[in-house]
Design a protein around this ligand. Structure first.
Ligand SMILES: Cc1cc2nc3c(=O)[nH]c(=O)nc-3n(C[C@H](O)[C@H](O)[C@H](O)COP(=O)(O)O)c2cc1C
Length: 212
Protein backbone atom coordinates (compact mmCIF):
# COMPACT_ATOMS: atom_id res chain seq x y z
CA UNK A 1 0.00 0.00 0.00
CA UNK A 2 1.44 3.36 -0.94
CA UNK A 3 -1.38 5.58 0.39
CA UNK A 4 0.66 6.61 3.42
CA UNK A 5 3.89 7.08 1.55
CA UNK A 6 4.50 10.71 0.64
CA UNK A 7 6.54 10.31 -2.53
CA UNK A 8 6.32 14.02 -3.35
CA UNK A 9 8.05 14.84 -0.08
CA UNK A 10 10.91 12.39 -0.54
CA UNK A 11 14.17 14.16 -1.29
CA UNK A 12 17.75 14.00 -0.18
CA UNK A 13 20.25 16.86 -0.17
CA UNK A 14 23.39 15.96 -2.11
CA UNK A 15 26.94 17.20 -1.70
CA UNK A 16 29.64 17.03 0.91
CA UNK A 17 32.43 15.54 -1.18
CA UNK A 18 34.74 17.49 -3.52
CA UNK A 19 33.23 18.79 -6.75
CA UNK A 20 33.81 16.64 -9.82
CA UNK A 21 36.24 18.62 -11.99
CA UNK A 22 37.41 18.27 -15.59
CA UNK A 23 40.91 17.72 -14.16
CA UNK A 24 39.64 14.52 -12.50
CA UNK A 25 39.51 13.10 -16.02
CA UNK A 26 43.13 13.93 -16.85
CA UNK A 27 43.99 10.22 -16.68
CA UNK A 28 41.07 9.24 -18.92
CA UNK A 29 37.57 8.00 -18.19
CA UNK A 30 38.62 4.51 -17.11
CA UNK A 31 40.90 5.69 -14.31
CA UNK A 32 38.12 7.78 -12.78
CA UNK A 33 35.51 5.06 -13.33
CA UNK A 34 37.72 2.65 -11.40
CA UNK A 35 38.15 5.14 -8.55
CA UNK A 36 34.37 5.58 -8.36
CA UNK A 37 33.78 1.82 -8.48
CA UNK A 38 36.29 1.31 -5.66
CA UNK A 39 34.57 4.03 -3.62
CA UNK A 40 31.21 2.33 -4.21
CA UNK A 41 32.76 -0.94 -2.96
CA UNK A 42 34.37 0.79 0.04
CA UNK A 43 31.00 2.39 0.89
CA UNK A 44 29.60 -1.17 0.98
CA UNK A 45 26.87 -0.40 -1.53
CA UNK A 46 24.91 -3.55 -2.37
CA UNK A 47 26.12 -5.12 -5.64
CA UNK A 48 28.32 -2.20 -6.72
CA UNK A 49 28.88 -3.86 -10.11
CA UNK A 50 25.15 -3.96 -10.87
CA UNK A 51 24.16 -1.92 -13.93
CA UNK A 52 20.79 -0.90 -15.30
CA UNK A 53 20.95 -2.02 -18.91
CA UNK A 54 18.76 -0.36 -21.51
CA UNK A 55 18.08 -1.90 -24.90
CA UNK A 56 15.56 -1.14 -27.62
CA UNK A 57 13.26 -3.78 -29.09
CA UNK A 58 12.54 -4.28 -32.79
CA UNK A 59 9.61 -1.81 -32.52
CA UNK A 60 11.88 0.88 -31.09
CA UNK A 61 10.55 0.47 -27.55
CA UNK A 62 13.08 0.64 -24.73
CA UNK A 63 13.45 -2.00 -22.04
CA UNK A 64 15.59 -1.95 -18.90
CA UNK A 65 16.80 -4.58 -16.47
CA UNK A 66 19.70 -5.10 -14.06
CA UNK A 67 22.75 -7.16 -14.99
CA UNK A 68 26.18 -7.52 -13.41
CA UNK A 69 29.21 -5.85 -14.95
CA UNK A 70 31.98 -8.45 -15.07
CA UNK A 71 34.66 -6.35 -16.75
CA UNK A 72 35.31 -2.62 -16.90
CA UNK A 73 38.18 -1.76 -19.23
CA UNK A 74 39.25 0.57 -22.06
CA UNK A 75 37.08 -1.58 -24.33
CA UNK A 76 34.00 -0.89 -22.21
CA UNK A 77 31.58 -2.80 -20.03
CA UNK A 78 31.10 -6.58 -20.26
CA UNK A 79 28.13 -8.51 -18.90
CA UNK A 80 27.07 -12.13 -19.34
CA UNK A 81 23.68 -13.38 -20.36
CA UNK A 82 21.66 -15.81 -22.44
CA UNK A 83 22.03 -15.08 -26.16
CA UNK A 84 18.41 -16.16 -26.64
CA UNK A 85 17.07 -13.70 -24.05
CA UNK A 86 14.90 -10.69 -24.82
CA UNK A 87 17.82 -8.31 -24.26
CA UNK A 88 20.06 -10.28 -26.62
CA UNK A 89 17.41 -10.30 -29.33
CA UNK A 90 16.96 -6.54 -28.89
CA UNK A 91 20.70 -6.15 -29.33
CA UNK A 92 20.59 -8.17 -32.53
CA UNK A 93 18.09 -5.77 -34.11
CA UNK A 94 19.60 -2.64 -32.51
CA UNK A 95 23.18 -3.33 -31.42
CA UNK A 96 23.47 -0.34 -29.09
CA UNK A 97 22.95 -0.13 -25.34
CA UNK A 98 23.17 2.18 -22.37
CA UNK A 99 24.28 0.93 -18.96
CA UNK A 100 24.12 2.88 -15.71
CA UNK A 101 25.85 2.08 -12.45
CA UNK A 102 23.29 3.55 -9.99
CA UNK A 103 25.63 4.36 -7.09
CA UNK A 104 22.94 6.29 -5.27
CA UNK A 105 24.44 5.59 -1.83
CA UNK A 106 27.44 7.74 -2.76
CA UNK A 107 25.35 10.20 -4.79
CA UNK A 108 26.81 9.21 -8.12
CA UNK A 109 25.97 7.44 -11.32
CA UNK A 110 28.12 6.37 -14.22
CA UNK A 111 26.58 5.74 -17.65
CA UNK A 112 28.31 4.00 -20.54
CA UNK A 113 26.65 4.07 -23.96
CA UNK A 114 27.73 2.58 -27.23
CA UNK A 115 27.67 -0.25 -29.75
CA UNK A 116 27.44 -3.81 -28.44
CA UNK A 117 29.34 -6.86 -29.65
CA UNK A 118 29.78 -10.41 -28.36
CA UNK A 119 32.94 -11.17 -26.43
CA UNK A 120 35.10 -14.00 -27.80
CA UNK A 121 34.31 -17.62 -26.95
CA UNK A 122 37.63 -17.77 -25.09
CA UNK A 123 36.70 -14.84 -22.87
CA UNK A 124 33.31 -16.35 -22.16
CA UNK A 125 34.92 -19.70 -21.31
CA UNK A 126 37.38 -18.02 -18.94
CA UNK A 127 34.57 -16.26 -17.07
CA UNK A 128 32.32 -19.36 -17.15
CA UNK A 129 35.05 -21.33 -15.35
CA UNK A 130 34.86 -18.88 -12.41
CA UNK A 131 31.12 -19.38 -11.92
CA UNK A 132 29.90 -21.69 -9.18
CA UNK A 133 28.56 -25.01 -10.47
CA UNK A 134 25.04 -24.11 -9.30
CA UNK A 135 25.06 -20.96 -11.46
CA UNK A 136 26.41 -22.96 -14.39
CA UNK A 137 23.58 -25.47 -14.07
CA UNK A 138 21.07 -22.66 -13.66
CA UNK A 139 22.21 -21.14 -16.96
CA UNK A 140 21.61 -24.48 -18.71
CA UNK A 141 18.22 -24.91 -17.00
CA UNK A 142 16.73 -21.57 -18.06
CA UNK A 143 15.65 -20.54 -21.56
CA UNK A 144 15.86 -16.97 -20.30
CA UNK A 145 12.90 -14.70 -21.16
CA UNK A 146 10.76 -17.60 -22.51
CA UNK A 147 7.50 -18.34 -20.68
CA UNK A 148 7.24 -21.39 -18.40
CA UNK A 149 4.11 -22.89 -16.87
CA UNK A 150 5.19 -23.14 -13.25
CA UNK A 151 8.03 -22.95 -10.75
CA UNK A 152 7.91 -26.73 -10.63
CA UNK A 153 8.60 -27.00 -14.37
CA UNK A 154 11.68 -24.85 -13.86
CA UNK A 155 12.89 -27.09 -11.01
CA UNK A 156 12.39 -30.11 -13.32
CA UNK A 157 14.55 -28.47 -15.98
CA UNK A 158 17.25 -27.95 -13.34
CA UNK A 159 16.98 -31.58 -12.22
CA UNK A 160 17.36 -32.69 -15.86
CA UNK A 161 20.57 -30.76 -16.46
CA UNK A 162 21.92 -31.74 -13.04
CA UNK A 163 21.54 -35.40 -14.09
CA UNK A 164 22.94 -34.72 -17.53
CA UNK A 165 26.20 -33.23 -16.23
CA UNK A 166 26.42 -35.39 -13.13
CA UNK A 167 29.76 -36.90 -14.03
CA UNK A 168 31.85 -33.98 -15.14
CA UNK A 169 32.37 -30.29 -15.75
CA UNK A 170 29.45 -28.23 -16.94
CA UNK A 171 30.32 -26.82 -20.39
CA UNK A 172 29.41 -23.32 -21.55
CA UNK A 173 25.89 -23.46 -23.00
CA UNK A 174 25.91 -22.70 -26.72
CA UNK A 175 23.45 -19.84 -26.21
CA UNK A 176 25.25 -18.13 -23.34
CA UNK A 177 28.10 -15.63 -23.20
CA UNK A 178 29.37 -12.12 -22.80
CA UNK A 179 28.36 -8.87 -24.45
CA UNK A 180 30.51 -5.78 -24.49
CA UNK A 181 29.28 -2.18 -24.64
CA UNK A 182 31.99 -0.06 -26.24
CA UNK A 183 32.44 3.30 -24.45
CA UNK A 184 31.29 5.67 -27.16
CA UNK A 185 30.19 8.03 -24.40
CA UNK A 186 30.75 7.85 -20.66
CA UNK A 187 28.92 10.19 -18.30
CA UNK A 188 30.01 10.86 -14.74
CA UNK A 189 27.21 12.29 -12.59
CA UNK A 190 27.69 13.61 -9.08
CA UNK A 191 24.85 14.86 -6.89
CA UNK A 192 25.15 18.43 -5.60
CA UNK A 193 23.20 20.76 -3.39
CA UNK A 194 20.12 22.52 -4.84
CA UNK A 195 20.07 20.01 -7.69
CA UNK A 196 23.03 21.75 -9.33
CA UNK A 197 24.65 18.42 -9.99
CA UNK A 198 27.93 17.90 -11.83
CA UNK A 199 27.85 16.06 -15.15
CA UNK A 200 30.89 15.37 -17.29
CA UNK A 201 30.58 13.41 -20.52
CA UNK A 202 33.61 11.85 -22.18
CA UNK A 203 33.50 11.07 -25.91
CA UNK A 204 36.08 10.81 -28.69
CA UNK A 205 35.80 14.61 -29.03
CA UNK A 206 36.83 15.23 -25.43
CA UNK A 207 35.18 16.12 -22.14
CA UNK A 208 32.03 18.19 -22.04
CA UNK A 209 30.18 19.54 -19.01
CA UNK A 210 26.40 19.30 -19.18
CA UNK A 211 23.82 21.26 -17.21
CA UNK A 212 22.18 19.16 -14.55
C1 LIG B 1 21.10 -7.64 -9.08
C2 LIG B 1 20.72 -8.36 -10.34
C3 LIG B 1 21.72 -8.89 -11.15
C4 LIG B 1 21.41 -9.56 -12.33
N1 LIG B 1 22.42 -9.99 -13.13
C5 LIG B 1 22.14 -10.56 -14.33
C6 LIG B 1 23.20 -10.88 -15.23
O1 LIG B 1 24.39 -10.64 -14.98
N2 LIG B 1 22.85 -11.46 -16.40
C7 LIG B 1 21.56 -11.70 -16.75
O2 LIG B 1 21.31 -12.22 -17.83
N3 LIG B 1 20.53 -11.37 -15.92
C8 LIG B 1 20.80 -10.80 -14.72
N4 LIG B 1 19.76 -10.42 -13.88
C9 LIG B 1 18.38 -10.69 -14.32
C10 LIG B 1 17.96 -9.59 -15.31
O3 LIG B 1 17.62 -8.41 -14.61
C11 LIG B 1 16.77 -10.01 -16.20
O4 LIG B 1 15.65 -10.38 -15.41
C12 LIG B 1 17.11 -11.17 -17.13
O5 LIG B 1 18.42 -11.03 -17.67
C13 LIG B 1 16.10 -11.26 -18.28
O6 LIG B 1 16.11 -10.04 -18.97
P1 LIG B 1 15.50 -9.90 -20.45
O7 LIG B 1 14.23 -10.74 -20.49
O8 LIG B 1 15.24 -8.45 -20.63
O9 LIG B 1 16.53 -10.42 -21.42
C14 LIG B 1 20.05 -9.73 -12.70
C15 LIG B 1 19.04 -9.19 -11.89
C16 LIG B 1 19.38 -8.51 -10.74
C17 LIG B 1 18.28 -7.90 -9.91
Amino acid sequence: MTENIDLADMRVAYGGDDDLEESDLAGGWLALARVWLQQAIDARLPEPNAITLATVDADGRPATRTVLCKELSESGVVFYTNYGSAKASHLESTPFASATFPWIGIQRQLTVRGPVTRVSADETAAYWATRPRGSQLGAWASQQSSPIGSRQDLELQLADVTDRFENGDVPVPPNWGGLRIAPESVEFWQGRNNRLHNRLVVTASGVERLQP
